[in-house]
Design a protein around this ligand. Structure first.
Ligand SMILES: C[S@@+](CC[C@H](N)C(=O)[O-])C[C@H]1O[C@@H](n2cnc3c(N)ncnc32)[C@H](O)[C@@H]1O
Length: 421
């Protein structure tokens, strides 16, 4: 657990600030192919990026020489760094977004509980209602507290709740790291349970929503039960008790569905409209089920949770049983009103449809994403392996490689991986 000493946390923030950690890692998150060479001539800055963004370990001697023994001891006391024999590594990954800092757990996927920060965290952060002035905001399933902290300038008071004590601790650390402790409070507990009967102007959430066969143990940050709606249904069923009359709720989700639409639409029609809610559902991504299965199977098998064959069979059974052909990512905006539902699709249909006909491998978009991730983590061999898969799609569909991808492929070929792939 992190030690929540605000003076020490502030000194840590100043250190990151003094080497432009925020600007550099924000750029890296968007453009992982960027050439860091000129920056890396700055020794201390290079160490910070490698330690807190790329999770590289360092000899204690090297860290003490650069930052001083007293300072390294302070980070060890905070629990940010951990010592293993002569080496020191970071227990956190520090991300940056809108010039703020967000620590998340250094993820070991075998762990069932950790403070998650991912692609969906970034996604929701871009849709938050920054122009909505709220006197009270609730961020359900707050994780690292990212969305709660991002809303700090627009809300008088914000509460983030999360069932994970690890997430709560890291979110509290992030609250102090961004100096918003006067407005943002993080409470440990199950969905609305920690807030009693309190009502809010704004309720936001990026809940766990991945559709996972019941037979698997899956990290709690992602597990949405078989239909992916386990937590979402609980959030929605009590929304009436916690949203003010003129309040708004914004939820990011990912659900299974058929070719026409995500199954959530039916659920919303039968459960929310009767309470007189006006619901907007904007579907922003549509994926063939094979792609989702590929992603989940990769995650489960990479870390020896189950064998690849078993994982695929379980997903296939579940999808067949539930008549799933696709998965969708969507945003839900809910207000009190007359009882209406408006659905808008803004995903690129044509490419996804072409890909959904390919049943042996997943779509190139997922693989592109995995390639960028692998490159970022120094898994160059994996990048080359994935390139062999992706090349087939690029040729079949005559899709040109992006500049970024070409750079990643060229850089990875013939290069030793820095981590075991
Ligand atoms: C997908 S993560 C999102 C975290 C954060 N909101 C973000 O956008 O990065 C989902 C979070 O929900 C939390 N969670 C899972 N089940 C929960 C429950 N029943 N009540 C409250 N939080 C829960 C997990 O611990 C995890 O931190």
């Amino acid at each position: 657990m992190l030690n929540l000493n605000s003076n020490k946390i502030n000194r840590f923030k100043k250190l990151l600030d003094s080497y432009s950690y925020d600007l550099i890692t924000q750029t890296l998150a968007d453009r992982p192919y960027i050439n860091l060479d000129s920056y890396l001539s700055e020794k201390k800055g290079e160490i910070l990026i490698k330690l807190f963004y790329f999770q590289k370990k360092f000899l204690i001697r090297e860290l003490e020489c650069n930052f001083g023994q007293k300072y390294i001891d302070e980070l060890l006391q905070l629990g940010v760094l951990i010592r293993n024999n002569n080496y020191i590594s970071s227990l956190l990954k520090i991300h940056s977004l809108f010039n703020l800092y967000f620590a998340s757990s250094y993820v070991d996927y075998r762990a069932l509980d950790y403070a998650y920060f991912g692609k969906d965290s970034l996604l929701l952060s871009h849709y938050l209602p920054y122009n909505f002035k709220s006197s009270s905001t609730l961020d359900l399933c707050t994780g690292t507290g990212v969305q709660a902290i991002l809303m700090a300038n627009n809300s008088t008071s914000i509460i983030g709740t999360d069932i994970s004590p690890i997430a709560q601790n890291i979110a509290q650390f992030n609250v102090l790291l961004n100096n918003v402790e006067d407005r943002v409070k993080i409470i440990n507990g199950n969905i609305y349970e920690p807030i009693g009967k309190k009502k809010f102007d704004l309720i936001i959430s990026n809940p766990p929503y991945i559709s996972i066969p019941n037979s698997f143990e899956y990290p709690i940050c992602g597990n949405g039960g078989e239909d992916g709606l386990l937590i979402l249904k609980k959030i929605i069923s009590d929304l009436d008790l916690h949203l003010n009359q003129s309040g708004v709720s914004l939820i990011l989700g990912n659900t299974i569905g058929n070719d026409k639409e995500p199954f959530i639409v039916d659920y919303l029609k039968s459960n929310l409209m009767k309470f007189g809610w006006d619901i907007e559902i904007v579907v922003i991504e549509k994926h063939p089920k094979e792609e989702e299965m590929f992603n989940r199977t990769l995650l489960l098998t990479n870390h020896n949770i189950v064998s690849s064959k078993n994982a695929q069979a379980e997903f296939q059974n579940m999808y067949e049983r539930l008549n799933v052909t696709n998965t969708y990512i969507y945003l839900l905006r809910i207000k009190k009103g007359k009882g209406s539902i408006k659905k808008t699709n803004i995903f690129e249909n044509s490419i996804n449809e072409k890909i959904s006909k390919v049943t042996d491998v997943t779509s190139f978009k997922t693989i592109e994403f995995l390639m960028i991730n692998s490159f970022n983590n120094g898994h160059y061999k994996r990048v080359v392996e994935l390139y062999k898969v992706i090349d087939k799609f690029h040729t079949t569909f005559n899709i040109p490689y992006t500049k970024e991808l070409l750079y990643i492929i060229n850089q990875s070929q013939g290069k030793q991986s820095i981590k075991k792939t």
